[in-house]
Design a protein around this ligand. Structure first.
Ligand code: FAD
Length: 347
């Protein structure tokens, strides 16, 4: 049986290792620190789609990953005996002018076509969820029922336990040992390595900060308004995300930018002002230079594969990433959109 080594214990590495282990391969995941120390160890966990119009391969890939979520996490929770915090609770976005309202209404039909009845894109009155929801100048909100949420830290622990329960090995604080095949899922540091290796910018790290409040709205849809995400979690907390910083020095520090985000969130949902602040967090997202996932064979190293570039949707596409990489690495089948290939990101 071929031995597969996965480098990196973020959501990409864990999803790949899990998919590979479920297919019966011998897998070892190695993180040079601890699993979940990178971008995947954060607070937000929005699993949300792009708009359903102008459909393309990336949107299809993401859609398939999102609709697989309920069954996937149920199975991972069963194998691990741990909760992931997954629930498909939907999302509300305010419609702020007549042009946005026309667009929102047009997208109802696009969603019916591309989401195939698995979820809806609805335009609803702003009082549709009494006591919950952002203000809207038109009096309307978009309510998509496809969006889900997950608790990133619980999901990481749950997936790691499911890998072990499936016969996989996880090594923390270790280095690559070598195997028949290696899948490199090392987040933004991996993108910097690739950029050095190929002498061009394959991708980079974009810092983000977020915070967590004590506020129990666990069954309510998450909200995206004025660039701010409000994501209620299963455990009675609510995450607020996220800043986006191209220039940064310390990957893990929080600062005034998070304070500004907090103030914006209070404008979106003034009732949160009395909620206790539980935690502030910062991490660095891996951003491929075309903003799309970077998946596939390493262009010049036989037996080496890359899964990276989740940027702001890493958790949302992770199931698809794991399955697509297992198709390639274990079964030799390449069903990955061409635009995601490493070569397509070298230009
Ligand atoms: C503030 C913020 C909010 C976000 N919100 C969301 C959201 O709501 N929804 C969503 O879908 N996405 C969100 N994202 C994006 C998402 O978190 C990332 O896309 C995802 O976590 C990337 O996962 P990864 O496994 O590629 O990288 P990482 O999680 O960064 O993991 C990389 C791992 O590789 C390890 N590593 C590095 N070098 C080596 C080496 N040489 N050998 C072994 N191991 C190595 C690191 O220690 C690390 O554990 C957010 C990101 C941030 C920063």
């Amino acid at each position: 049986m071929a031995e597969i080594e996965v480098l990196g214990g973020g959501i990409f590495g864990l999803s790949v290792a899990y998919a590979v282990a479920r297919r019966g391969a011998k897998v070892r995941l190695v993180d040079c620190r601890r699993i979940g120390t990178g971008a995947s160890g954060g607070l937000t966990g929005a699993l949300s789609p792009h708009t359903p119009d102008n459909w393309n391969d990336k949107k299809q890939f993401q859609f398939e990953s999102l609709i697989a979520g309920a069954d996937y996490w149920q199975e991972v929770e069963r194998l691990s005996g741990l909760p992931s915090g997954y629930m498909q609770t939907g999302r509300l976005v305010p419609v702020n002018n007549a042009r946005e309202l026309d667009l929102a209404n047009e997208r109802v039909a696009s969603a019916a076509e591309h989401w195939r009845g698995k979820a809806d894109w609805q335009v609803v009155r702003a009082d549709h969820f009494p006591g919950w929801g952002p203000q809207s100048t038109t009096g309307y909100l978009v309510h998509d029922t496809l969006t889900a949420r997950i608790d990133p830290r619980r999901a990481i622990a749950c997936l790691a336990a499911a890998i072990r329960a499936s016969g996989g090995e996880i090594i923390e604080g270790g280095t690559a040992r070598g195997a028949d095949q290696t899948v490199i899922c090392t987040g933004y540091e991996g993108l910097l390595d690739l950029s050095r290796e190929f002498g061009c910018e394959v991708g980079k790290g974009v810092k983000g900060q977020s915070l967590l409040l004590q506020h129990d709205a666990r069954d309510m849809p998450q909200i995206f308004s004025d660039g701010v995400f409000l994501i209620p979690h299963q455990d009675g907390t609510l995450a607020i995300g996220s800043t986006s910083e191209n220039e940064w020095v310390d990957p893990a520090s929080t600062d005034d930018k998070l304070e500004i985000l907090y103030q914006k969130a209070m404008q979106v949902m003034p009732s949160l002002k009395s909620a206790n602040l539980l935690c502030r967090w910062a991490g660095v997202r891996p951003r491929g230079q075309k903003r799309a996932p970077i998946l596939g064979r390493h262009p010049s190293r036989p037996g080496v594969f890359i899964a990276n570039g989740g940027f702001k949707i890493g958790f949302g596409v992770a199931i698809g990433v794991g399955e697509a990489m297992a198709d390639l690495v274990v079964d030799g089948k390449n069903q990955i959109p061409k635009a995601f290939s490493v070569e397509a990101n070298l230009t």
